[in-house]
Design a protein around this ligand. Structure first.
Ligand code: AMP
Ligand code: ZN
Length: 472
C-alpha cells in the first residue's frame, strides 16, 4: 500500500515495523463540546484507513486518547483549558462535561459506522505516566523548570521542525503576540510539559507532582498514552492537519527524546472540512453536528459517503446542496443493492478483477472515491451474477461501511431518490397484482405482494388505487 507520509512529505510504501502487525494511534477528541462534522471527517477517514489495513490482512491495534485535561484554548500552550471553559459554559464540573461529550462522541461515531478503537484512554487516567515521562525528560536534560512550569527545550534537538513546512513565524498566538508571550521560555518553540503556574488559578483538575500541584500539557498526553499502549515503536499516527503543528511536532520531539530512538514511521493527516466561513471549528461556534444533520432529514451515512467521495488530502467544503445530492445517490445505491437477488452460485474467478480494482484504488493513498466507483462498476457489470455482486459489495463495504447491504431507506427523500427504472418495475408489479386480484388469482397476487415486501416495499390501498412506499 502506498500512503502519503507527512514525515518526508512524499507518498511512500507502507511497511510496518513488524510484518503484518500495525500499531495505530489516533488523537482523540477534546471533550468540551460536541464533535462537529469536520472533526468527524477526520475520524471517518481514519476509520477507513484502519479497516482497509485490516481488509489487507494486517493485525491492527488502534489506540485513541480522550483529551479531558490540558488542551488550552490556543495550541501553543496559552489561554484557558478548553475543558474548564466548557464546564463554566454549562455550569457543570469538568468530569461531568467530559463524560457527557465522550458519550456523545461515541454516539456520533456509531451513527457514522466508525469503529471504536481497541483502546480508548482518557488523559486523566494516565497522570502517573505523564509525570514519569516528564521526569525522564528532565533527567536527560531535554526539559527545564522555569517560573514553576516544566518546559521542553527544543534547542536540544538537531531538527525540531520535522515536518519541514512550518516556520517559526507561523507559530500560534502566544508566540507572535507579545502580550501573551511566555517569559519563562528559553526558545520561542519550547512548550509546556507540566503546568503548575498558569494565568488561570482556577484550573479545576490538579494533581500532585515532583514540581508542585498542577496538570499536564496537552502534547505529553498523546506521547505517553501511545507509548503506554503501543510500545516504543509506533507504525502510524493520525489526526487532522491542524494537529501536525505544533501538537504532533511536539509529540515527536518529546517521544524521541524520551525513548532515545526514532518513534513513529508514518504520519497520516486529514485535510479540513470547511464551510462558507472557512475551517469548521468548535471555538467559532455555529458548527454542524451529526444530530443537526439528522434533524434536517439526512442519514449520517450519507455524510460518510460525502466524505468518501473526496480524497482525504484535499480540503472539503460542506454545503447542504452537495449533501442533498449525496443523500439521493446514497438512497439510489441502497435501492439498487436491495434489488440484487441472492442465492445464486458464486464463481470466485469472476470476482478477481473487481477485487483487484478495489485494491488498486485503495492501495493508492486510500483513494476512497475510486473505491466507491468500484461498487458502481460491480453493479453495472454484465459478467457477474447478482449473488456475485452482493458478495463483492459486502466485501468492499467492510471498508466503506455504508451499510450497503442492509441500509435503511431514508423515507423523507425516498421518492426523489428512486430511479425511473425501479419505479417502472414496481408499477408493473402492482399492475400485474391488480390483474391477478381482478381474476381472483389470489396465489399470484400474494406472490407479488411477497416479492414487493422483499424489496422493502409496502402497499397501501387508497380510494385512488394501490399506492406504495418504502418500509419504515
Ligand atoms: P479536537 O476535538 O479539537 O481535539 O479535534 C479532534 C480532531 O478533529 C483532531 O484530529 C483535529 O485535527 C480534527 N479537526 C479539527 N477541525 C477539523 C476540521 N474542520 N476538519 C477536519 N478535521 C478537523
Ligand atoms: Zn494527540
Amino acid at each position: 500500500m502506498i500512503l502519503y507520509n507527512t514525515l518526508g512529505q512524499t507518498k511512500q510504501e507502507f511497511i510496518p515495523y513488524e510484518n503484518k502487525k500495525v500499531n495505530m494511534y489516533t488523537c482523540g477528541p477534546t471533550v468540551y463540546h460536541f464533535a462537529h462534522i469536520g472533526n468527524l471527517r477526520t475520524y471517518i477517514m481514519e476509520d477507513v484507513l484502519e479497516k482497509y489495513l485490516r481488509y489487507s490482512g494486517y493485525d491492527v491495534t488502534r489506540v485513541m486518547n480522550i483529551t479531558d485535561v490540558g488542551h488550552l484554548s490556543s495550541d501553543a500552550d496559552t489561554g484557558e483549558d478548553k475543558m474548564l471553559s466548557g464546564a463554566k459554559r454549562e455550569h457543570k464540573t469538568v468530569m461531568e462535561i467530559a463524560k457527557f461529550y465522550t458519550d456523545a462522541f461515541f454516539d456520533d461515531c456509531k451513527k457514522l459506522n466508525i469503529k471504536t478503537p481497541d483502546v480508548v484512554e482518557p488523559a486523566t487516567n494516565c497522570i502517573d505516566d505523564f509525570i514519569n515521562m516528564v521526569s525522564v525528560l528532565l533527567e536527560k536534560d531535554y526539559a527545564y523548570i522555569a517560573g514553576g512550569n516544566v518546559y521542553f527545550d527544543t534547542s536540544k534537538l538537531d531538527n525540531y521542525y520535522v515536518f519541514g513546512n512550518f516556520k517559526e513565524e507561523d507559530l500560534a498566538v502566544g508566540v507572535r503576540d507579545s502580550v501573551d508571550a511566555d517569559e519563562n521560555k528559553k526558545n520561542k518553540s519550547d512548550f509546556v510539559l507540566w503546568f503548575t503556574k498558569s494565568k488561570f488559578e482556577d484550573q479545576e483538575l490538579k494533581w500532585d507532582s515532583p514540581w508542585g500541584i498542577g496538570y499536564p500539557g496537552w502534547h505529553i498526553e498523546c506521547s505517553a498514552i501511545s507509548i503506554k499502549h503501543s510500545g516504543e515503536y509506533l507504525d502510524i499516527h493520525c489526526g487532522g492537519i491542524d494537529n501536525a503543528f505544533p501538537h504532533h511536532t511536539n509529540e515527536i520531539a518529546q517521544s524521541e527524546a524520551f525513548l532515545g530512538h526514532p518513534w513513529c514511521k508514518y504520519w497520516f493527516h486529514v485535510l479540513h472540512l470547511n464551510d462558507a466561513r472557512g475551517k469548521m471549528s468548535k471555538s467559532k461556534g455555529g458548527f454542524l453536528t451529526v444530530s443537526l444533520l439528522e434533524e434536517n432529514g439526512y442519514d449520517p451515512l450519507a455524510y460518510r459517503m460525502f466524505c468518501l467521495q473526496s480524497h482525504y488530502r484535499k480540503p472539503l467544503t460542506f454545503s447542504y446542496d452537495s449533501l442533498d445530492n449525496v443523500q439521493k445517490a446514497y438512497n439510489k445505491l441502497i435501492n439498487r443493492v436491495a434489488n440484487l437477488k441472492d442465492g445464486e452460485a458464486i464463481n470466485e474467478e469472476n470476482l478477481v478483477p473487481y477485487r483487484q480494482s478495489f485494491k488498486d484504488a485503495m492501495d493508492n493513498d486510500l483513494n476512497t472515491s475510486l473505491g466507491l466507483t468500484c461498487v458502481y462498476d460491480v453493479l453495472k457489470a454484465n459478467d457477474l451474477s447478482d449473488s456475485e455482486k452482493r458478495k463483492l459489495i459486502e466485501e468492499f463495504d467492510y471498508v466503506l461501511s455504508l451499510d450497503l447491504l442492509n441500509g435503511k431507506i431514508n423515507s423523507e427523500s425516498a421518492e426523489i431518490s428512486v430511479s425511473d427504472d425501479f419505479n417502472k418495475e414496481i408499477e408493473e408489479l402492482i399492475a400485474k397484482r391488480n390483474e391477478a386480484r381482478k381474476s381472483k388469482d389470489w396465489a399470484t397476487a400474494d406472490a407479488i405482494r411477497d416479492e414487493l415486501k422483499a424489496k422493502k416495499i409496502v402497499l397501501i390501498d387508497t380510494p385512488q388505487g394501490v399506492k406504495w412506499e418504502f418500509e419504515k
